[in-house]
Design a protein around this ligand. Structure first.
Ligand SMILES: NC(=O)c1ccc[n+]([C@@H]2O[C@H](COP(=O)([O-])OP(=O)(O)OC[C@H]3O[C@@H](n4cnc5c(N)ncnc54)[C@H](O)[C@@H]3O)[C@@H](O)[C@H]2O)c1
Length: 313
């Protein structure tokens, strides 16, 4: 039989969540244990449009209480996937109807949207929260977006060490707890999940005019964490891990920086090849791509979405 003409379970166009979990079984393995290359590539068996589908899955979004996390949650629901927002905030932001819009998108697509209060640095609570999400949401938990993070602008020479350590605790240790919780969850259930870690272009460059050494260092650590975890967990569990690195996106985080230093906007606009700063919604397409089978052969990579900012000096 032509290997590519077989129909492995997860490639059929179906709403059944069990069908969407990657499971390249032993029937497809060659005697040497290697997989036939075409057989293991979802794109060789599915229509291009279905590759981007999140139907039948649940995605956990940390930092899903406001800003970029909420925009991603809405986008995921609009793509037909259930979403569980996890954040330290007591309630999701709804000042301009953001949470209502997520619920509405979920209802329209027959999926669930839930909110869970949790500190990403608390490993025990993270494990409990993942289990709670599994019990209450519709669809297999197959995606995690590690979006929770904090920013602080302080000249390095005066940086208080407790402030520096707080940034590392949340942006680095918290991201690691999120990754570890996800990998354990997927390993125990035989799910080949996709983890998208929100890093930043600031993990690769020093932003002109910004005194954010702790933040920038933390995002560089997230880039390296992604590569290290990808090489550990890809071969062992089939888990994929990639970073998404945004440029300047207008959210409460950047509004706080602009409030402190209004002239920054002009500096940022000088690097804006597309003549605008980013909107949280600019990250929806790349996130869905990284979560879905459309990126099935990508792991340990970074997708930079910055309106061209870092491409010019
Ligand atoms: N806005 C930008 O321009 C920009 C650019 C590059 C990268 N990023 C990254 O994108 C992500 C989201 O940023 P944003 O602009 O939406 O910021 P934001 O401040 O609006 O959202 C961050 C969210 O993380 C949550 N959070 C913080 N600490 C937490 C903890 N310990 N446990 C659980 N949740 C916690 C906050 O409550 C908040 O809801 C961050 O990782 C940020 O570093 C943002």
């Amino acid at each position: 039989m032509n290997p590519s003409s077989r129909a492995p379970p997860h490639t059929q166009d179906t709403q059944d969540s069990s069908m969407l979990v990657h499971d390249v079984g032993s029937d497809t393995a060659l005697p040497n244990g290697h997989l036939p290359e075409r057989d293991s590539a979802p794109a060789a068996r599915s229509s291009a449009a279905s590759l981007f589908s999140l139907a039948g899955t649940t995605t956990i979004v940390t930092g899903g209480g406001r800003g970029i996390g909420q925009a991603l949650a809405k986008g995921i629901a609009e793509t037909g996937g259930s979403v569980a927002c996890l954040d330290i905030l007591a309630e999701p932001s709804n000042g301009e109807g953001e949470w209502d819009a997520i619920k509405k998108a979920a209802a329209k697509h027959g999926v669930t949207a839930s909110y869970h209060v949790c500190d990403i640095t608390n490993e025990e609570r993270m494990l409990e929260t993942f289990a709670e999400i599994e019990r209450t949401s519709k669809g297999v938990v197959r995606g995690v977006v590690a979006g929770a993070g904090v920013q602080q602008m302080v000249p390095a020479i005066d940086y208080p060490m407790d402030g520096f350590r707080r940034i590392m605790e949340i942006n680095v240790a918290g991201a690691f707890v999120t990754a570890k919780t996800s990998a354990k969850f997927w390993r125990d259930r035989g799910i080949k999940g996709s983890l998208v870690m929100i890093a930043s272009m600031s993990g690769e460059i020093a932003n002109r005019g910004l005194t954010c050494t702790a933040y920038n260092s933390s995002k560089a650590a997230v880039h390296q964490m992604c590569r290290s975890l990808a090489q550990e967990w890809g071969p062992d569990y089939g888990v994929r891990i990639n970073t998404l690195s945004p440029g300047y996106i207008r959210t409460a985080m950047t509004d706080a920086l602009l409030k402190e230093k209004p002239d920054l906007e002009e500096t940022w606009m000088r690097g804006a090849m597309l003549q605008r700063l980013g909107a949280p919604e600019d990250l929806v397409g790349p996130t869905v791509f990284l979560l879905s089978d459309a990126s099935a052969w990508m792991t340990g990579s970074d997708v930079r979405v910055d309106g061209g900012h870092t491409a010019s000096a």
